[in-house]
Design a protein around this ligand. Structure first.
Ligand SMILES: *Cc1c(COP(=O)(O)O)cnc(C)c1O
Length: 234
């Protein structure tokens, strides 16, 4: 079986599960965008999945991503950045992605804004640490209003779309539900306080828990291993 044929079955299965989860909560399947998380997988795997019908891909490491983007320049793909960001690596991300889901501090927002000058606005989500555990990335919920203020007032080249979270991994998908609910509730509060932002995006749910996320209102699910197979590193 060719790589492409193998991917069409897996892709159809994930899309079907998203549609079923959406239907169970009275939502339409097309309210949920599937991001294929291709980090650590080669450009050839992305090409094969794109031939199977997937157009939206997400990457976590700037250098790895831009190398693959260069190899795939002949394809019409939409790229989302979902990894931790450092200011000194933010430039290629600002220039070559359509979305960044992992903005978690003012300095990153300002740096992305500066490097996006002259291009259509960069869609951004603010990453929130909803589990409250020791986590490398994501700002604390109480830091969000200030970050929203900076993004809206000082960053005309960014378009604030919503929130993103990576709950602490639990034994079961169900373990993520409280964190997803918390993220959705936070977005509702922000919608009232900052009506000038879109607040149309909840980026939550991964291979192990995307169906729970869809039921809790996810608009973007980030699925890697369930599509591409196990990664040798994360
Ligand atoms: C790697 C990664 C994913 C995908 O994880 P899977 O469990 O392989 O689906 C999703 N979101 C982020 C932020 C990631 O880093």
């Amino acid at each position: 079986m060719s790589e492409r044929t193998a991917y069409s079955g897996t892709l159809a299965d994930i899309r079907h599960r998203i549609a079923e989860a959406a239907a169970r909560s009275g939502r339409e399947a097309d309210e949920v965008t599937l991001l294929a998380v291709s980090k650590t997988f080669p450009a050839s795997a992305i090409r094969a999945l794109s031939e199977a019908g997937q157009r939206v891909f997400a990457e976590s490491y700037a250098q790895e991503a831009t190398a693959k983007q260069a190899e795939l320049a002949d394809l019409d793909l939409e790229w989302h950045f979902i990894g931790p960001l450092q200011s000194n690596k933010a430039r290629p991300v600002a220039e070559r992605f359509s979305w960044v889901h992992s903005v978690d501090r003012a300095k990153i927002a300002r740096t992305l804004n500066r490097h996006r000058e002259g291009q259509p606005p960069l869609n951004v989500c603010l990453q929130v640490n909803v589990s409250g555990e020791e986590s490398k990335s994501g700002c604390r919920p109480e830091e969000i209003p200030e970050l929203v203020g900076v993004t809206l007032q000082e960053c005309p080249n960014l378009r604030l779309r919503g929130l993103m979270a990576i709950p602490a991994p639990g034994a079961q998908a169900e373990a993520s539900r409280p964190a997803f609910r918390q993220l959705a509730r936070l977005a509702d509060e922000l919608r009232g306080g900052f009506p000038e932002a879109a607040w149309d995006t909840l980026s939550m749910g991964m291979s192990r828990d995307f169906e729970v996320a869809v039921k809790e209102g996810a608009t973007h699910v980030r699925v890697g291993s369930a599509l591409f197979g196990a990664r040798s590193y994360t």
